[in-house]
Structure formats: C-alpha cells, structure tokens
Design a protein around this ligand. Structure first.
Ligand code: UGA
Length: 435
C-alpha cells in the first residue's frame, strides 16, 4: 500500500504514536477514540502525553491534512484499507490480558468494514487473539493481522520511525505483505510470519527484557555480598556482542505499563498451554525481592527503624523521560515505606499534584528537608546537577541511596553525605577500567 487510508482505534501512547507516525509517512490517517474531550483536544493539536516529537508530529499531520481525530469507529472505518487496534489490554484479575476493549471495537465495526480491509492488532494481545478476532468478525473477506509494536515510552516516535524490525503475522500471507508495505519507507528488516508467531514475538521480547533485568538485579545483589562492582561487571558483560550493552542497568526493580503486565500474561498463556515456565516465574519473583532489598537498604540506612523516619524520594515515574506512573517501582517503594510507618516527601520533575501516602514538592531540596535518608528512584539526569552540599544542609540525616547508580558517589561524599548504590560495596571514585 503506498499512501493508504488508515484508521487507528485508540489514542493512548501506542495509538497516537502509530497514527501520527503513519501520517508522517504520507498515509491518510483517522484516529478514533471514545473519549470526546480527548478527541477535541487532539484535533486542536493538544497532546497530553509527554513524548519527545509527538506533539510536533501531530501538529504537522493536522496542518498537512493527513491526520484527523474523530469519535465513533463505525463511521471512521468505512472506506479504510487498514484498521489498527490500539486499545488498552490491561491485566485482568487473574493476571491474563483483558481483551474486552479489543472485542468491543471488533463487534462494533464488524458489519461495516470494507471487504479486504486488514484488521491489525498493535496492542499486545495473547497468542490466539487474531484467530479469535477472525471468528468474532464473521467476515472471511476481512483479514486479521498481528503487527506488534516495540516502542518504548520516552522514545516512542524515534522507536516507531527507526525500528529495529517490523513484525507482521497473518494466516493470510497476502494481507501480511500488504501491512508490511505500509512501513516500506522505514527500510527496517521485516519478519513476516503467521499470526500466532507474530503475537508471541512481542511477549517473548518483553519477557526476555524483564528476565535480563531480574538477572542483572540478582547479579548486583551478589556483587554486594562478594565485594564486586556491578558497574564494572555489566561493562565487562556488555562488550560481548551476544549479550549487548543495553538493559543491563540495575535498579529498584522493573515496572511500567508493559513489562509487569506482559510477564503475567505470558505466565497465564503458558499455564493454559500446560507449560511450567519456571524461568519467567522466577524473574517476576525476583522483581518483588529487589523491592524488598531496596526497603531493607533504606531501613539499614536510618538505623533499622522506618517507623517515624522521614524519607525524601527523588523520582516517581517508572523511568526517566516520561510522566507515566503506571506500575512504577518508585511508587511501590513509596507505599512499602509508608506501610512501615515512614513519612514520605517526594519530588519528580514530571509529576505535580497530590499522590496518596506522600507529600509531593516542587523541588528536590524541599523534598529533602528534614529527611533522614534521600532515596533516588528514577534516573532523571537533572539529579546529577543538584547542589548536593546545599541538599545535605536541608537534611536531618546523611544517608543517600541511589537505586539507579546515577550519581557520582564522590560528589555526594564530598557534600558530607553517605552514599549507597545498588551492587556496589566500595565507592568507585574512578570509572572501572575497561581498556
Ligand atoms: C517496554 C519495551 O522496552 C518496549 O520495547 C515495548 O514496546 C514496551 O515495553 C511495550 O510493550 O509497549 P517501556 O515500558 O516503555 O518499554 O519501558 P522500558 O524502557 O522497557 O523500561 C521498563 C522498566 O525497566 C523500567 O522500570 C525501567 O526503569 C527498567 N529498566 C530498563 C532498568 O531498570 N534497567 C535498564 O537497563 C533498562
């Protein structure tokens, strides 16, 4: 399809990035949402999501007439050649993916879809969903295609327009090739396969990333017990091209709207297939253990008693570069601390307003005022630029716990504070030598 008529249903992270990016490739894109107020804001060029380049892309699409926003999928899909489903697939009560939003859109548009129009799942959906949609549609003339998205929050537009690969799967190979053709300009390697394999790629990739992080966090714990330095260990591992350098940073545990939900969902899928996926279950377990270890470290730093301790938190979002708080490890740490009776003050450059169980301040120094310990939980680069001597003057105690190994320990120590990272026992003033 050269310049195709495309409908994108759902204007969250994935949907809005998909719609605006496909419009920038020259396709004519209509984005649909049920939220009338959101559609009106988007049609006026107002983007609520903090995502570099997205607002610009939306503005360009609107001005160029390639991109529009409407309410009502039934009207929008008439005349479409491809319909992307980008609606939420949250975690259901039993850890499985909740497909109600996908099913409701499919039912809504089934009888008005033009013959030959591809229905494409972009949200992460369990293996077998394409076939389920096909039977729900009851339209043998409408092919169903799985085209999972691999974008990360904070780099969504760059990831969409410069992907490592495009994965497209359908039991109708011709439809799969047509959908892959929508991305031709991106010149990315494409993997064209059956629907079930494409659906599984997404889970297999996200769960592998989660396992990699749990592995690194476990090795970091071992480093602490053995007197080794995780920063040097991961540097040494990362040079091996079979391992790679990315996704090797230890932290307070992995979170966000995808990895926790997708690991749970794949465990449920494995269970239903009567496969004991012990490796993945252990990675999930390890992620809880990592949070417990962070809490124990903080408790140790304040003399063993969290009740009544004042803790200043730096960073609340699940990672830097986003204002997304969904399933944020920082929020779990905060609620565990407050369950232990600690008094929580916090600052995050992307968060203002009230949050339960803590007081959110507009700057780091204010959050540190009177604190027994300051705990860095999100790797916002601006925390490196803080005036640590001034911050030390605000605190009651002297403990700094850097769960992202972001800070230069020497700077913190020179401010008269103590410093603990993750997986580092000795303070490594000089970077590890790797020549
Ligand atoms: C993740 C995947 O990386 C994307 O490829 C995928 O498309 C997306 O889920 C999705 O399924 O939609 P995202 O949730 O935006 O993207 O976040 P990541 O950048 O993967 O980070 C996940 C968590 O791992 C965060 O809590 C982050 O702080 C943590 N992390 C990441 C580390 O602790 N260390 C690292 O080295 C990297």
């Amino acid at each position: 399809m050269s310049a195709a008529r495309i409908v994108v249903v759902g204007t969250g992270y994935v949907g809005l990035t998909t719609g605006a990016s496909l419009a920038s490739l020259g396709h004519r894109v209509t984005c649909v949402d049920v939220d009338r107020a959101k559609v009106a804001r988007l049609a006026a060029g107002r983007v609520d999501i903090m995502e570099p380049g997205l607002a610009e892309l939306v503005a360009r699409g609107l001005t160029g007439g390639h991109l529009s926003f409407v309410v009502g999928a039934r009207e929008a899909v008439r005349g479409a050649e491809a319909v992307f489903l980008c609606v939420p697939t949250p975690m259901g009560a039993g850890g499985e993916a909740d497909l109600r939003a996908v099913e409701s859109v499919v039912t809504e548009v089934a009888d008005v879809l033009p013959a030959g129009c591809a229905v494409i799942t972009k949200s992460t959906v369990p293996v077998g969903t394409a076939r389920r949609i096909q039977s729900l549609l009851g339209r043998p003339d409408v092919p169903v295609v799985s085209n999972p998205e691999f974008l990360r929050e904070g780099t969504a537009v760059a990831d969409f327009l410069g992907p490592d690969r495009i994965v497209v799967g359908s039991d109708d190979p011709d439809a799969a090739h047509r959908v892959a053709g929508l991305y031709r300009q991106l010149r990315a390697p494409s993997v064209i396969t059956d629907a079930a394999s494409a659906e599984l790629v997404k889970y297999a990739a996200n769960c592998f990333l989660a396992m990699k992080l749990s592995y690194v966090n476990s090795v970091a714990e071992l480093c602490e017990r053995l007197g080794a330095d995780i920063e040097a260990v991961t540097e040494g591992m990362g040079h091996d091209r079979r391992i790679g350098r990315s996704f090797l940073k230890p932290g307070p545990g992995w979170g966000g709207s995808c990895l926790p939900k997708d690991t749970s969902a794949l465990l449920r899928v494995a269970e239903a297939a009567r496969f004991d996926f012990g490796l993945l279950a252990a990675a999930v377990q390890e992620n809880f253990a990592q949070r417990d270890r962070v809490i124990a470290k903080i408790a140790g730093a304040v003399g063993g008693r969290l009740a009544g301790a004042r803790i200043g938190l730096l960073g609340l979002t699940f990672k830097a570069g986003t204002n997304d708080l969904r399933d944020s490890p920082a929020l779990s740490v905060a609620s565990m601390l407050s369950a232990h009776g600690a008094d929580i003050a916090a600052y995050d450059p992307a968060v203002d307003g009230e949050l339960p169980g803590m007081t959110v301040f507009g700057d780091a120094y204010r959050a540190a005022r009177g604190a027994d310990a300051v705990v860095l939980l999100t790797e916002w680069p601006e925390f490196r630029q803080l005036d640590w001597a001034y911050l030390a003057g605000q605190m009651r105690g002297d403990a700094v716990i850097d769960t992202r190994n972001l800070l230069e320990p020497r700077v913190v120590l020179d401010a008269g504070l103590s410093w603990q990272g993750i997986g580092r026992t000795r303070v490594h003033v000089l970077p590890a030598s790797v020549s």
